[in-house]
Design a protein around this ligand. Structure first.
Ligand code: DGT
Ligand code: CA
Ligand code: CA
Length: 573
């Protein structure tokens, strides 16, 4: 047995002891764990020589425990402690900032047993009401939960959505298939996805299952039956495919779109109306009264049909019952991408290629916002480049006008916010730019207050229009920097600076929770792709999905405005 494994069990024992407050015993186990972990020789040979007690911090009692671990691979004392608290301790401990004491508090007061419970409690604002907690801790916990999910085999939505869509197309191409839809977390557009769920209506379900399980890219057939099959793809990703009769397709969609939590609420409503709801339909007594379409199912329950992005049991059920669902921003509602990098800086496409792509995407405008050179961005543009670029943009706009193409290309730049909150670019240059995007790229180890000050300071710069990727998070990689988000929101309102929803699949920043909070305060946002290539411009839909998850409507998103209104809003001419 490795020293590290022994140390780990000792540390976990210390964690459990710490739930009841740090006492000398906790400290003793921690010290012992440390000694074992950093011991140059093999702990087993020390034990065999009978010299455990000679090690620093290891007394008779802990020496016995170490012997037990080495001999049996486990520790009864640890198991006993674990049994006292029926919580998924390791899962909860994996959330940065959540330690034994908080776990005990959450369990005692809110009954939190696992990550899902913790997420629910935080989303329902139950954490902020606890002693010693507040809205900020709550928000931080939510952020860190996403991060903690790194090891759970979840993948980025941006990675899986294209795969899901191509599977859907493939299956749709089968002769015996009438209908196919993506369900599950992908349909809800959750930022990370556990597996792909597909629902099918088909003539001959066994034929569909044969073709599905024999598809190229399938590495392993996990299960195969006439109604449900599961396969693992070569990249390790699992796909569930289920076949339903057409009359049940709507209720199957409702059920397998989830979320589980929303389903629970829906079933309660069905029961309260004397109905039964399952994946096959809505029933009164034994008679099926709805099931073919989702709308029909929701109507039978006396409610409007919430968009899939809303189905996280975050108030959408009540809104659907009272006719108060939001009119979510449309996937085709974006009129222009305001954060684009070209080959003038670190992008790999030319301006005119990005212009063509924007036209193809149905935009009315776009902004070229190359990085301004700084110590952090050495392949950025400098003042001279920007002056030259302005001339090129003028020429491009003239040409677009001459050829009757309705596209306006705004000039712009993405500037660093330095460690004092200033921009490293002269006023005269900023003044020339239509769109100034500012962001933090460095000095991120400052404390929350300082980081917030820097962003707020940049917002008060009269030329700054947009704060890009405001929290700096990378999904599955790192939580964002710590910010006082209420102050950012307030400054956004006071200065009319837009917070960005960045569509980069790794970022999706702001996230759904912050979007909802910001728009509730009246903030205006923009959704940008932050592209460095033509392909990345297609990421816009991920940003829109995130905004929809944050209940954003068209009125909340400034770049849904048509060109004329948009220009007026930004004082551009
Ligand atoms: P994922 O795959 O972890 O990203 O998340 P989902 O939501 O896609 O979850 P998944 O694939 O386990 O199941 C798909 C949907 O099926 C889920 O959103 C709701 C429904 N569902 C699955 N199991 C249950 C269950 O035990 N109870 C209820 N009410 N619904 C379930
Ligand atoms: Ca799923
Ligand atoms: Ca599934």
């Amino acid at each position: 047995m490795k020293n590290r494994t022994v140390a780990e069990i000792l540390n976990k024992t210390a964690d459990l002891l710490e739930m009841d407050g740090t006492n000398f015993r906790t400290k003793a186990y921690r010290r012992a764990a440390h000694t074992v972990e950093f011991l140059p020789e093999d702990i087993k040979s020390v034990k065999d020589e009978g010299k455990l007690e000679e090690l620093p911090g290891i007394g008779k009692n802990i020496a016995k425990k170490i012997e037990e671990i080495i001999d049996t691979g486990g520790l009864e004392y640890y198991e006993d402690l674990k049994a006292m608290f029926p919580v998924d301790f390791e899962e909860l401990m994996s959330v940065e900032g959540v330690g034994p004491k908080k776990i005990k508090l959450f369990y005692d007061t809110l009954g939190v047993r696992n990550l899902k419970d913790l997420e629910d409690a935080a989303r329902r604002h139950k954490i902020r009401r606890l002693k010693g907690m507040g809205p900020k801790t709550e928000l931080l916990i939510l952020k860190n939960i996403q991060f903690a999910r790194t090891d759970t085999g979840r993948k980025l939505l941006g990675q899986i959505l294209p795969l899901g869509k191509s599977l859907k197309e493939k299956i749709n191409g089968l002769d015996t298939v009438f209908k196919v839809e993506i369900a599950g977390s992908i349909r809800r557009r959750k930022e990370t996805v556990g597996d792909i769920d597909l629902l099918v209506v088909a003539d001959d379900s066994m034929d569909v299952m044969d073709k599905f399980t024999e598809m190229r890219g399938v590495e392993e057939i996990i299960s195969k039956g006439p109604l449900k099959s599961t396969v693992r793809l070569e990249d390790g990703f699992e796909v569930d495919l289920r076949v339903f009769r057409e009359e049940s397709f709507g209720s199957a969609l409702v059920y397998f779109t989830g979320s589980k939590e929303t389903n629970v609420e829906l079933r309660k409503i069905a029961i309260s109306k004397g109905l039964k709801l399952n994946e096959y339909g809505v029933y009164r007594d034994e008679t099926m009264i709805a099931g073919k379409t989702e709308e029909e199912v929701f109507r039978a329950l006396g409610m409007d049909c919430p968009e899939p992005e809303l189905r996280e049991n975050q108030g959408e059920v009540e809104a659907a019952l009272t006719g108060k669902l939001p009119d979510l921003v449309d996937y085709h509602g974006i009129k222009g991408d305001l954060h684009l990098h070209t080959n003038w800086s670190d992008g790999n496409s030319k301006i005119d290629e990005m212009v063509l792509k924007s036209v193809g995407m149905g935009y009315e405008y776009m902004a070229v916002t190359d990085h301004f050179r700084s110590i952090w961005i050495d392949n950025g543009v400098d003042e001279k480049d920007l002056k030259k670029q302005l001339l090129e943009l003028k020429a491009i706009n003239r040409e677009l006008e001459d050829t009757g193409v309705d596209m306006c290309v705004f000039s712009g730049v993405e500037v660093d916010i330095d460690d004092k909150g200033n921009l490293n670019l002269d006023r005269e240059v900023l003044e020339e730019m239509d769109i100034v995007v500012a962001a933090l790229h460095s000095g991120l180890r400052q404390d929350k207050n300082e980081l917030t000050d820097r962003i707020v300071n940049a917002m008060y710069n009269e030329y700054v229009d947009i704060i890009a990727h405001p929290t700096g998070r990378k999904i599955l990689e790192k939580t964002g920097y710590k910010l006082e988000f209420e102050r950012i929101v307030q400054a956004s309102l006071d200065t009319n600076t837009f917070l960005e929803v960045n569509s980069d699949p790794d970022r999706l920043d702001l996230n759904d929770v912050m979007i909802r909070e910001a728009i509730a305060q009246g903030c205006k946002l923009v959704i940008n792709s932050n592209s460095h290539s033509l392909e990345e411009m297609d990421h816009m839909e991920l940003g829109v999905a995130t905004a929809r998850q944050g209940w954003a409507e068209s009125k909340d998103i400034t770049n849904t405005l048509p060109l004329k209104t948009f220009k007026k809003m930004l004082n551009l001419n």
